[in-house]
Design a protein around this ligand. Sequence first.
Ligand code: CA
Length: 707
Amino acid sequence: MAVRYRNHVRQSSTAPRVGAALVAALVAAAPVSAARSAGDWPLNGRTFHEEHYSPLRQVNAGNARTLGLAFEFDDFVVRGRTHRGNEATPLMVDGTLYFSGPWSVVYAVDARTGALRWKHDPGVDGQWARRACCDVVNRGVAVWKGRVYVATLDGYLVALDARTGAVEWRADTFTDRVSMNYSSTGAPRIAGGNVVIGNGGAEMGARGYVSAYNLEDGRLAWRFYTVPGDPSKGPDESPDVTLARRSWSPVSRWDLGGGGTAWDSMVYDPKLNLLYIGVGNGCPHPVWSRSPGGGDNLYLSSIVAVEATSGRMRWYYQTTPGDSWDYTATQNMILADLPIRGRIRRVLMQAPKNGFFYVLDRSTGELLAADPYTTVTWATGVDLSSGRAILAPQGDFSRERKLVWPSQAGGHNWMPMAYSEATHLVYIPALEAPMIFGMGPGSHVEFRSAANNEGDDVAFPPYGPVDEAALRGQPVPTYASVLKAWDPVAARTVWQTPAMPYWGGGVLTTATGLVFQGSADGTFAAYDARSGRRLTAIETGTGIMAAPMAYEIDGTEYVAVLAGFGGAMNAIGYPPGSAAWTYQNTERLLVFKLHGRAVPKPPLVTRMEFEPPETAAGDAADVARGEQLFLSRCADCHALRGVRNGYPDLWNLPASVHAMFETIVHDGALAYAGMPSFADALSTADVRAIHAFLSADQRGLHARTPP
Ligand code: CA
């Protein structure tokens, strides 16, 4: 007899329709509420299972082609700043859409019209742009019992009155604002009586941890450290930390914090009262630099289950032992009940960066399946009995440059995947790309707490002739963003789309067998969930990275997505074919319905006239030094010459900016706009050397042409 699926989250579309007041009373009375009313999208992935699945049935394969714009909201707080990326999934509760945008600003808008009800700007100083590895983005808010919770880039967890936006309490979530490089871009999660948040910064020197605060008053309930701390600074905070320490060398680079930041996904099972934490990469990236002598370096790149009330660990599963490739396990996790080898199991699913799709028993942490969802060469497989990845020599780049699949960006990054209760498939926004890893001076990693830039040097395809040796005998490199339908029981790809321009965004799937996904070219597409056939493609003119969501109000189903390009992709830039190459990149909330209208396009990009500086202020030695300083301090945002992104093109500055260069870079004259001061990291002579490099390069006086 075939094992049947069981959906233990009640299909809320079948719930009786009741008045708003009664719904509100029921919500207030319910200790744990997965979906407050049929049409709401109250939690990050709609329910505690975070499936990114909508039970609504108005939009279907037969009418999806009539989807068009219902309304948009574009009144984002910018104040002279450059436009940044949107990564949040909006929530909809009781007729209001709640979402966050760049600089951790929270918006509440009418879910019928897009009219602004309130906004909350936490006033994050522009200096914090330095602390975030990958743009000043925010991946969303939590809404719970009349409050909206947001984690700000500068480390505060803020509780707001959902009706007015007034601040109810504010907690400082950072343990160290001086020697470590913390920032916060994740969405808080509700777990038991607490609201929980991690942080980012592993790339730049940070020790990861997660903090839980009482929902009512913001008191710290517990803190779970994801890696051991510097043993000279004090005893371990808990037996869970002591257990982790056994997997680190005593001479590890404690000064850099170890990494392991939980910067994105957490998911909570109310029945088991377990919070699952997705833990990030180490610092520096290669284990031989971080923890000489090796070791697994727990809990890097692990899924850790902790009791939501105590913060004590119940189990952990490490996806990438001794991670050297930035293979974070922070990617979104989904809870479901699946038939595995003849039994229904309560599982947790994740497709982390490392290329394997994991299915774990979420009660015990037992590994049930681990299969490659993309090309993988750092490991030959995962041993199901021990649960360990089997490392391959191809992953060792300690002595020579190696082509490794997946890339540092991962087979899947933060863009949420979705699981369908209708098709029982997982829809993964995947990136099929390898990267050349090697040890070298070209690291762009800036460690505030260490003088050297020890780290790995990485490069995306296409590769130059210098890398021919690294390519020999390896799968032919690609750079292809595809949407994949993955069967988590059969462990196989059912269908996948052709490669889309550059990078696809997060995913929504529906009970009517649709999959929605936006992409960097500004297309918002719907696919048939069973066949992968594209049903509609709406041109928006704005690059989309965030995951869509769906809600229903007054009998109309809406599909909403935040548009606006940025994030980690800024360093690579806007390629031809991306929306931001053609149109001005602005932040927008786009809301669609059946028989909606065409989406207005933003104004076209206008280019400044080329204006060479009057003098190249510096000699050849200054220019060479300036180039190195530029690569380590500036290139992550401003990128290399010829790359177009949302930041000012340093090779094409007006004379007025050349005149102010030192005032801007050293003194922070444009800090309000998101260009921080580098006075703590660069001397005025350093700034002049960078200016000399840029000037010489712009005037064609410098021999080297950046790739
Ligand atoms: Ca990372």
